[in-house]
Design a protein around this ligand. Structure first.
Ligand SMILES: [Zn+2]
Length: 227
């Protein structure tokens, strides 16, 4: 499916044609992105190829289509460096997963999106089926996240990026926008339990929306960013 902006031309700006998959994404969610772009253009923002448009935690990029409209490509974080794919489905799926988990534990107003390039600390034996994530205040390039096996952050923790962590453990995506002070025990099956400042807030049982929706295979872009 394609959704098109209609209010950019009147500000002397090219329109955007966003591609999305109706099996993974709802028109209403794409509509929000369309309206956000139209709002930015109305406020005087001028997009150029290569510009970043954030949707949730993911940086999407503006590219020009063969018909000289603009569109958005999104990063596939399962590869390093990311593969760029035309569409907005993964960004919407991640955002939905993050909002869903935060809303279930009463933290929807405190979403604190990191970016995939930010760093996290990870313990040397994190792996397997379950992880415990702790977030302190993000500072600069530090997302604040520690990803461990249930241990305390120790000297053996290594520094990595959230992109690399999500490539390895895609099911943690839903937790990553929870604010500082949160502890999350989560499993590959999509179960998540959340505490804040040591107080249990509840959680979610079942499949991670973000990972379930983001895994549908899509063909890669023939060409990439900044063309
Ligand atoms: Zn550990």
């Amino acid at each position: 499916m394609e959704s098109t902006t209609v209010r950019c031309m009147r500000h002397g700006h090219r329109e955007f044609v966003l591609r999305w998959d109706e099996r993974r994404t709802t028109a209403a969610d794409v509509r929000r992105i369309v309206e956000a772009i139209e709002g930015d253009v109305a406020r005087g923002v001028r997009f150029t190829p290569g510009a970043v448009v954030r949707v949730g935690w993911l940086p999407l990029r503006v590219v020009q289509t063969p018909s000289r409209a603009f569109t958005l490509v999104e990063p596939d974080l399962s590869t390093l460096p990311p593969r760029w794919v035309r569409g907005v489905d993964t960004a919407i799926a991640h955002l939905r997963g993050q909002v869903d988990l935060a809303a279930r534990v009463g933290l929807a107003d405190l979403l604190t999106h990191p970016s995939p390039e930010q760093t996290a600390r990870v313990c040397s034996h994190a792996g397997g089926q379950g992880l415990v994530l702790d977030r302190r205040a993000p500072v600069g390039v530090d997302s604040g996240w520690f990803v461990g096996c249930g241990c305390e952050p120790g000297d053996d923790a290594r520094l990595t990026t959230l992109h690399q962590l999500v490539a390895q453990f895609p099911w943690i995506v839903d937790a990553l926008a929870l604010p500082e002070g949160c502890t999350v025990a989560c499993t590959e099956a999509g179960d998540a339990l959340v505490w804040r400042d040591g107080e249990p807030l509840g959680g979610r049982a079942g499949v991670s929306i973000a990972t379930r929706l983001a895994r549908a295979p899509r063909p890669p872009l023939a060409r990439c960013v900044g063309e």
